[in-house]
Design a protein. Sequence first.
Length: 308
Amino acid sequence: MGLVSVDGLTKSYGRVLAVDGLSLEVEEGSIMGLIGPNGAGKTTTLKVLLGLLRPDKGRVEVFGENPWDNPKIKYRIGAIYEKANFPSHHKVLDYLERSCRIFGFPESRAEEMLETVGLKGVNDRPIKGLSAGMLQKFAIAQALINKPEFVIADEPTSHLDPQARNDLLNLILRLNHDERVTFLISSHILPELSRVCDMATIINEGRVWAQGRLTELIEKAKVGVTRVSTDKPEDLAKAIRELGYVKRLEIDDRGISVDVAQEENQQLYEDVLKFARKVGAKVSGIESGTASLEELFRIAVEGKEEKA
């Protein structure tokens, strides 16, 4: 059994079924990504794990205990909320020092955490005077005050600039590697999750579509996806889209992702080269069997495969 064990979690808000029989395991020492579209049930699931919501049905255990209204395990968890609320009149350092006293840590840890998240020089500033990005950093510092064994983060990089995002991802990796802190991270920025997560749970409509090691899930999604690298993706895609055997096509700045049946790969290869000559496009690569976390997300949302 993992650090987190959930079996058959169901939660409704009135007539709206937010989570529908969801089951998941978070292994101790892992970094788990929780992925799904808006309304999939991610935030509700996180609130249940934090003991902020009581499930309607199902078994939920964190550190082997029911988290609902359980102050004992809350001392072992850090939480980063997508929309954090703090008393605006408090000063930054004063508030964190109060948190240190509550959790039984020396007040010096407050300033240490501010430096860790890149908030030096704002000790005496009122919380209401922080920008959105600074407030997010402050929320991260608050979440780490109690040296948590398990951190639950809902969109932790929101409002952060690119450098701050990179610093936070490095901090997550360092805490996981050096102190064996377990993370459960919900984010819509999938490349960031790909960088730090070794496990993933993909949910849609309140149910788990797939979960497991990220490498294994991506391997599952590889069949049928071909990546075409070209200098003229728009022109080449226009021609490829007309092929009757193409199931799906997506374009980005670096090329085209084409979804075809596996037996059509050779035909696609020939057609791509033919169309490239026709439109004057340079093709620098054609790679079959490519996939990413974004591809997994798309499959889950569109429901093109059976749930794992």
